[in-house]
Each structure stands twice: as structure tokens, then as C-alpha cells.
Design a binder for this molecule. Structure first.
Ligand code: HPA
Length: 246
């Protein structure tokens, strides 16, 4: 797996696996990783290829809201790093705080707000520099490839909350004031752990709904999953082209 890309699949984005040629497939339970109970999260690590390019895809991350701690939710990142993965692409389903980033669109993370109240770095190492968590060179490349395919990928700040409930309209107004463009319940802890381990980190939010309180916001987990599935198709083609160009 040396130098290979690790792709973490968010809610509803597991269909990206359908586009891969599968090699070895490992169940989380068999490799000491925690298993998620949330619908749309499968609990497997697929070592495979996307048009020839090697790729490790992790489907079935676990979340703080399932009662896991920050160390546990980042176990998959350490597993990949220990095996030589050099770049992680963290995907997620998120609510959009921006009218110009409608459901079905994608946003590359330029930065995040870790509002979970915890960190996988608790207990050390302390004071790791997080001034550039997300690799803008890669995300700009992905955005350019998307543009070449005729669609726009935005970029912005992801606010990571604990959940499990969706936000209130007042919380969304607060997040907007804080500079958030999207909101979700994953990714930030994995990004911190990956950065600490020296990996290149890319974050991609599939915006599945407008956030609470916005005009035409609807918050329903099955809609979130359905929107993710069609958007996943477009993203996997972009990732394919990027992997080929590396
Ligand atoms: N809020 C938090 N997490 C989410 C949302 C949302 O609106 N949509 C998908 N995941």
C-alpha cells in the first residue's frame, strides 16, 4: 500500500465501491476496527484498484454519536497510515449553509471547525500545527478535473459537530457567523489524526441538503443517502482521472 491513496466513504457514498475492481476485502471486525451500526456504513476495507490505480477504500467509519471516543473513530486512519497510505481522501455527507452550494453538489474542504469538543491527539502529541490540514494542491486539481467534466465543485469550511441530532436553525445561524459553509458529524477528527501522522489530507463534502432553517431545507436520513448516491457517481469519475494522473 506504500504511497497509495486511502478513500474514506461517507454516508450514502458506499456506491463508489461499485466502480472499483476489488482485491482483498477485510471486515473491520477481523482487523480490529470498530464496526458502525448506522445504515449506509458497511464496515469493510477494500484493497482494490480504480482503473488500474491502487486504492484502499474504507466503507463504514464510526462516529462519536455512536458512543465511540476520538481515538476509536480514527482507528481506520492509523490502520491505513501504518500500511503506507500516503494520502487520505475523506468524504462525507454534509448539510450546506450556502445557497450557492445546493443539495447534490460537492465542496472541497479548505479548512474545518472542530466543534466536537474532543481530539484524537488528547494524551499527545500536543501543539501539532494545524494551520494547513487540507491539501489545497490536490483539492484544486480535483476541482479543475470536475470543471473539465462540466460541473462546479465549491470549496469551503466544514464544521464538525458531534450529533447525532441535526442542528437547530439557531445553531446553523451560529455556525454561519463562525464561518462555516457546511456542517456534518464526521471527518474533522480523522483529518487531525491523518495530519498528525504526516499524511496528505483531502476532504470532500457531498452536500445532501440545505441546513436547518434555510429555505427549502429538508432533513431526512433517507434523502441524505439518496442524494449521496447520484453525486457519488460524478465524484468517482473525478477521482479516477486524478489517480490516473498521479
Ligand atoms: N447536518 C449535519 N450532518 C449532516 C447534515 C446536516 O444538515 N446532512 C448530512 N449530514
Amino acid at each position: 500500500m506504500k504511497g497509495c491513496v486511502g478513500l474514506v466513504l461517507g454516508s450514502g457514498l458506499g456506491s463508489m465501491l461499485d466502480r472499483m475492481e476489488w482485491g482483498e476485502t477485510l471486515d473491520f471486525g477481523d482487523i480490529g476496527l470498530p464496526v458502525s451500526g448506522v445504515a449506509g456504513h458497511q464496515g469493510k476495507m477494500v484493497l482494490g484498484r480504480l482503473d488500474g490505480a491502487p486504492l484502499v477504500a474504507m466503507s463504514g467509519r464510526v462516529h462519536l454519536y455512536e458512543g465511540h471516543d476520538a481515538k476509536t473513530v480514527t482507528a481506520g486512519i492509523r490502520w491505513m497510515a501504518e500500511r503506507g497510505v500516503g494520502t487520505v481522501v475523506l468524504t462525507n455527507a454534509a448539510g450546506s449553509l450556502r445557497e450557492d452550494q445546493p443539495p447534490g453538489s460537492w465542496m472541497a474542504l479548505s479548512d474545518h471547525l472542530n466543534l466536537t469538543g474532543t481530539s484524537p491527539l488528547e494524551g499527545g502529541p500536543n501543539f501539532v500545527d494545524m494551520s494547513a490540514v487540507y491539501d489545497l494542491e490536490i483539492s484544486e486539481k480535483l476541482r479543475a478535473i470536475a470543471a473539465g467534466h462540466g460541473w462546479h465543485m465549491g470549496s469551503g469550511v466544514y464544521a464538525g459537530l458531534r450529533g447525532p441530532q441535526y442542528e437547530t436553525p439557531a445553531e446553523i445561524r451560529m455556525l454561519r457567523t463562525l464561518g462555516a459553509d457546511a456542517v456534518g458529524m464526521s471527518t474533522v477528527l480523522e483529518a487531525l489524526e491523518a495530519k498528525r501522522l504526516g499524511l496528505r489530507v483531502v476532504g470532500l463534502s457531498c452536500l445532501t441538503n440545505y441546513a436547518a432553517g434555510m429555505p427549502s431545507a429538508t432533513l431526512d436520513h433517507s434523502d441524505v443517502m439518496a442524494t449521496g448516491k447520484s453525486a457519488a457517481e460524478r465524484m468517482i469519475r473525478v477521482l479516477k482521472e486524478w489517480l490516473e494522473s498521479r
